[in-house]
Design a protein around this ligand. Structure first.
Ligand code: PEP
Ligand code: MG
Length: 554
């Protein structure tokens, strides 16, 4: 039995045969174009054909899947892409010109980073499909499946993942991709176990029997009886856990609210129907990543109403636009900066574009009035007490009585006591807090060991923020990814956080972890983590000290 490990991004276990998604065949030799207008028209038809096929697929889907496929159709119709093809036709034939234009565009997307860098897979997929149509070759993608299969690919385009039949595709493995790639998002939305970053997985031959564990990231060739029995037991235990319900409580009854992170209406509808106590982070900028112009107050309000309604009287914490750095918005762009992550992003950008902030607050107040929902609003990237006061006053003046700040900057965490004196609550963005505490750009994968929220220095900074919460009696939650790590959730509870907001799939395990530990045990686990010398040692020490009932399942 051979075991290889990648990054588990969609939980669950499965066994199936390998179905390889081959890389596209190389392009044939081509003479330079002698009929540029004619060749450009042929490329244009091929791209429109790709877009039309995506439209048809999107029409048969809903939610994120439909949105992602529509976004890929928009890429195929991007006039800039055709302009680039026209330029390359001066020296190349149509297929090579298309290929070169897509390459140019991909480089530009990569340079822009963040959201754009993650759209490179869509762009390459559009290019590969248009090339195939142009050359009369079969379309690339997942082969026809006749038995339950584990699909292994370099990376998958949304068009591939969105149409997969979960009865046939029992698992997904990619050599590339990340936690926020489409493969990860769609696989977990569709309940298909998935692993990314499984380097070397494409070496496996088609038809081989493999097992996949999307929690631990294991890919096993010819799994033996012991592996199968262990995974089966784990699956049953997880099913039992997900049947538990109710608010977050330690075993001695200390409340820690369990909230969902959402990015759009589809997320809100799913989370609203689930057993969560509300929303701890609505990333409103996700609604506008591909918008060229600012949305109107009326349009924003309509969308917010649709996000708020599914939660009834449960609180929904809305973050005002967090634009800049890894999440650039075309309509809120102050021009290039040498260090975007340290520049005018988040609230800093809103201070320059007060019009955008005021429109958003007005839209939220309208949506709150229309729905009667319990709306809380918070600002991203707050560094000082004065910034916190500026935002809080503005939100109150707009008719939003619950206004707070995200603590993502160590300076704000160290002065949390003062910050919380003049605002209503704080929520720790541990993704950025780790980035700024360790001075490690979160877009640089090679620095992931520094970006680890288990870094004892990051935990010290979180502890300082919680101290400010205790001193002022104001709530301090966590809405970064670390809130969804069941072991870390115990540590955060021990440090004093009052709510944990995460991707809703993670809520059952965190609920269960809390229910197996007393507050005093959580405080002890937090001490153990902060006493460790490294992130790895902190996590290991907490794992050894936590209840085996929990750690056996992780
Ligand atoms: C964070 O920084 O932890 C956070 C929740 O915000 P985002 O990941 O959107 O920057
Ligand atoms: Mg952040």
């Amino acid at each position: 039995m051979t075991i290889m490990t990648g990054l588990g991004v969609s939980g669950g276990t499965a066994v199936g045969v390998v179905a390889l998604v081959a890389l596209p065949a190389p392009l044939p030799d081509e003479a330079a174009s002698t009929d540029r207008a004619g060749d450009l028209a042929r490329v244009s038809v091929a791209l429109e054909d790709v877009a039309a096929r995506f439209d048809a697929t999107a029409a048969s889907l809903t939610g994120d899947a439909a949105e992602m496929i529509s976004a890929a159709a928009a890429i195929a119709r991007d006039p800039g892409l055709l302009d680039a093809v026209e330029e390359h036709l001066q020296s190349e034939g149509p297929a090579h010109a298309l290929h070169a234009a897509v390459d140019d565009y991909a480089k530009q997307f990569e340079e822009l980073g963040g959201y754009f860098a993650e759209r490179v897979t869509d762009l390459l997929d559009v290019g590969a499909r248009a090339e195939a149509l142009l050359l009369g070759r079969p379309l690339p993608g997942v082969p026809e499946l006749t038995e339950p299969s584990v699909v292994i690919a370099h990376d998958l385009a949304p068009a591939d993942t969105a149409v997969m039949d979960p009865a046939m595709v029992v698992g997904i493995v990619t050599e590339d991709g990340g936690r926020t790639s489409h493969t990860a998002i769609l696989a977990s939305q569709r309940g298909i176990p998935a692993i990314v970053q499984a380097k070397g997985a494409l070496e496996f031959s088609s038809g081989l029997r493999v097992g996949i564990d999307g929690d631990s990231g294991e890919l096993v060739v010819e799994p033996d009886e012991a592996w199968l029995a262990a995974k089966d037991e784990k699956r049953r235990a997880r099913e039992r856990i997900s049947e538990r319900s109710g608010p977050g409580r330690t075993s001695d009854g200390h409340p820690v609210m369990l909230l969902a992170n959402v990015g759009n209406v589809a997320d809100a509808e799913l989370a609203g129907a689930a057993d969560v106590e509300g929303v701890g982070l609505f990333r409103t900028e996700f609604l506008h990543l591909s918008a060229a112009t600012a949305p109107s107050v009326a349009d924003q309000s309509d969308e917010y109403v649709r996000v708020l309604r599914p939660f009834g009287d449960r609180p929904v914490t809305v973050r005002t636009l967090d634009a800049g750095a890894d999440k650039p918005l075309a309509f809120a762009d102050l021009g290039p900066e040498p260090n975007p992550a340290l520049g005018r992003r988040g609230l800093r950008l809103m201070k320059e574009r007060e019009d955008l902030l005021d429109d958003q607050l007005a839209a939220l107040a309208m949506a709150a009035a229309e729905t009667g929902a319990l709306v809380k609003v918070m600002a991203p990237m707050v560094a000082t007490k004065q910034e916190a006061a500026w935002f809080t006053d503005r939100a109150h003046a707009a008719g939003l009585p619950a206004a707070g700040v995200m603590i993502e900057v160590p300076g704000a965490a160290l002065r949390a006591h003062q910050v919380l004196e003049i605002t209503d609550f704080a929520s720790l963005g541990t993704n950025d807090l780790a980035q700024y505490t360790m001075a490690a750009d979160r877009m640089v994968g090679e620095l992931s060991d520094l970006l680890d929220p288990w870094q004892p220095a990051v935990l010290d900074v979180v502890a300082a923020a919680c101290e400010g919460g205790r001193a002022t009696g104001k709530p301090v939650g966590v809405c970064g990814e670390s809130a969804g790590d069941a072991l870390m959730a115990l540590v955060l509870t021990g440090l004093g956080v009052t709510s944990l907001s995460m991707s809703m799939q993670r809520v059952p395990m965190v609920r269960w972890a809390l229910s197996r530990h007393t507050t005093e045990e959580c405080v002890r686990l937090a001490r153990i983590a902060r006493d460790a010398d490294s992130a790895v040692a902190a996590q290991e020490a907490v794992r050894s000290a936590a209840s085996p009932e929990l750690t056996d399942l992780l």
